[in-house]
Design a protein around this ligand. Structure first.
Ligand code: FAD
Length: 396
C-alpha cells in the first residue's frame, strides 16, 4: 500500500528517515531502549531554529542535496519531492526552511535568472554557501502581489539599481529565513525606469555578510514566536536605498541596458507579471502534497489510539469495547481516512504532471496546484483537526 500511496522513491524515503534517525540531532528522547525520533516543540523558538539549520547542514554534508539545482533531470525532480515529503513527516519546519532556500530562492534564480545568475548562484545555493530567502510579500500586500510598494530605480552613472522601502506598508513581511540565517534574498519590487513604472520585477540583494552581520542599507526585524513552524525564522525587511549591481536584476523576462533602457521580449505587462510568478509553482505543488502527509500523521495517531484504547463493556463479563468499534468513532475517522487516500492519489497525479511538464502544461499545473493547495490544506487544517479535536472533546 505504501508503494501505491507514496507513488515513487519508497526505498529512498526509508533511507532518508534512517539517516535522520542515525544522528542525535534528530532524536527527541530515549526511554529505556525505545528511541523517539522527532523535534522538540517545547524548546524556545531560537533553539528550534538553530536545530533546523544544524539538521540541514548535517543532511547537506551527507550529500542529500546534490544536483537539486544543477541537475534538471526527472529522476532528481522526483527524489527532491520524496525527500521534502520525508522531511515534512519529521518536522514541517525542516521541509519549509529547506523549501524556501531551494524552491523559492533557488527556483527564482533558475526560472527568472539567466546564465550569469545560474553560474554564480546555483552551485553555491546547492552547497548552502549562500542561504537564500524570498521577499515577495509586504505588510500591505500579500495575495495582491501586483500592488507591492517597494520601488527600484536605476542609476546609469554607477550602473546600479537602488531598492527602497518607501513606507511602512512596503516592509517585506513573513519572509522565511530572513530573521536569523539568510545571507541573500530575491526582492520583488516595482521597477521605475525613466519615471515610468514597468511593473513587478525580481532582484538579488545581499542582506548579511558571511559573518552574519546585517548589510548597510538593510534593516531586519524578527516576526517572533508563531503558533507553529517555529523552526523557521520568519522576518521583516526594509531597504534604505540599497544599491545593487545592474547584473542582479533577474533578467530572463526583461532587462535594463547599461544606459538605462528598459527591454523585454514580452510586450504585454500582464504576461510579464505572470512570468515573474513562475518560481511559486514548485512551492505550491509541494505545499499541496505536504499537507497530505500532515493529515496522514494526525490520522495515524488517532486511528492507532482508537485501535488500542478500550472503554466501557456491553455487559459485566465482556471485555471493554475498542474505541474504533463505536460507530460514532468510525463515522468521524474513516471518511477522513478515505479522503486522505483520494488526496494522495490526486497528489501523485499532480506530481507526475509537474515533473514531466512541457511548456503547454503550465496552465493545467497552475489550476491543479492552486486548487489542490486550497483543498488539501483546508481539509487538513479544518476537517481533520476539527474532527480529531471533537473526538477528544466528546470523550471528555
Ligand atoms: C508562516 C508563513 C511564512 C511565509 N513565508 C513567506 C516567504 O518566505 N516569502 C514571502 O514573500 N511571503 C511569505 N509569506 C506570506 C504569504 O505569502 C502571505 O501570507 C500570503 O500571500 C497571503 O497574503 P496576506 O497574508 O497579506 O493575506 P491577504 O492577501 O491580505 O489576504 C487576507 C484574506 O483575504 C483573502 N483574499 C485575498 N484576496 C482575495 C481574493 N481576491 N478573493 C477572495 N479572498 C481573498 C485571503 O484568502 C485571506 O483569507 C509567509 C506567510 C506565512 C504565514
Amino acid at each position: 500500500m505504501r508503494w501505491l500511496m507514496d507513488g515513487h522513491d519508497v526505498v529512498l524515503r526509508d533511507a532518508v528517515f534512517d539517516l535522520m534517525a542515525s544522528s542525535e540531532l534528530f532524536h527527541l528522547k530515549k526511554v529505556g531502549e525505545q528511541l523517539y525520533v522527532g523535534p522538540d516543540y517545547n524548546e524556545p523558538f531560537h533553539v528550534q531554529r538553530e536545530m533546523t539549520m544544524k539538521r540541514i547542514f548535517f543532511l547537506r554534508d551527507k550529500g542529500l542535496f546534490k544536483g537539486w539545482l544543477t541537475d534538471n533531470g526527472q529522476e532528481v525532480a522526483y527524489k527532491k519531492l520524496a525527500i521534502q515529503e520525508t522531511f515534512g513527516i519529521f518536522d514541517h519546519s525542516l521541509a519549509i526552511k529547506n523549501g524556501v532556500h531551494f524552491q523559492l530562492w533557488g527556483g527564482a534564480i533558475q526560472f527568472l535568472g539567466t546564465k550569469r545568475h545560474h553560474d554564480k548562484w546555483l552551485q553555491a545555493t546547492e552547497d548552502y554557501v549562500v542561504k537564500g530567502c524570498f521577499a515577495m510579500t509586504e505588510l500591505g500586500h500579500g495575495s495582491n502581489v501586483r500592488g507591492i510598494e517597494t520601488v527600484t530605480t536605476y542609476d546609469s552613472s554607477t550602473q546600479e539599481f537602488i531598492i527602497n522601502t518607501p513606507c511602512e506598508s512596503a516592509q517585506k513581511y513573513w519572509i522565511g529565513g530572513a530573521a536569523e540565517h539568510a545571507t541573500h534574498t530575491v526582492v520583488f519590487s516595482q521597477l521605475h525606469i525613466n519615471g515610468r513604472s514597468e511593473g513587478v520585477h525580481a532582484f538579488i540583494a545581499q542582506v548579511r555578510d558571511d559573518q552574519g552581520r546585517i548589510c548597510s542599507g538593510v534593516r531586519i526585524a524578527d516576526c517572533g514566536h508563531k503558533i507553529g513552524l517555529n523552526g523557521v525564522d520568519n522576518g521583516r525587511l526594509w531597504f534604505d536605498n540599497l544599491r545593487i549591481p545592474r547584473e542582479n536584476l533577474l533578467n530572463s523576462v526583461a532587462d535594463v541596458t547599461e544606459e538605462g533602457l528598459y527591454v523585454s521580449s514580452i510586450k504585454e505587462p500582464e504576461q510579464r507579471f505572470g512570468a515573474f510568478m513562475a518560481p511559486l509553482t514548485g512551492g505550491r505543488v509541494t505545499i499541496a502534497v505536504g499537507a497530505i502527509f500532515q493529515a496522514k500523521l494526525g490520522l495515524q495517531t488517532a486511528i492507532r489510539y482508537a485501535l488500542t484504547r478500550r472503554a466501557f463493556s456491553l455487559s459485566p463479563n465482556e471485555p471493554e469495547v475498542l474505541l474504533l468499534d463505536y460507530p460514532s468513532h468510525q463515522r468521524r475517522l474513516l471518511p477522513l481516512l478515505a479522503k486522505t487516500y483520494a488526496m494522495s492519489f490526486a497528489a501523485n497525479d499532480l506530481k507526475d504532471v509537474y515533473v514531466k511538464r512541457t511548456p503547454s502544461d503550465a496552465k493545467i499545473i497552475h489550476v491543479l496546484s492552486s486548487g489542490y493547495k486550497a483543498m488539501f490544506f483546508m481539509a487538513q487544517i479544518f476537517e481533520h483537526s476539527r474532527s480529531v479535536v471533537k473526538l477528544v472533546v466528546d470523550r471528555v
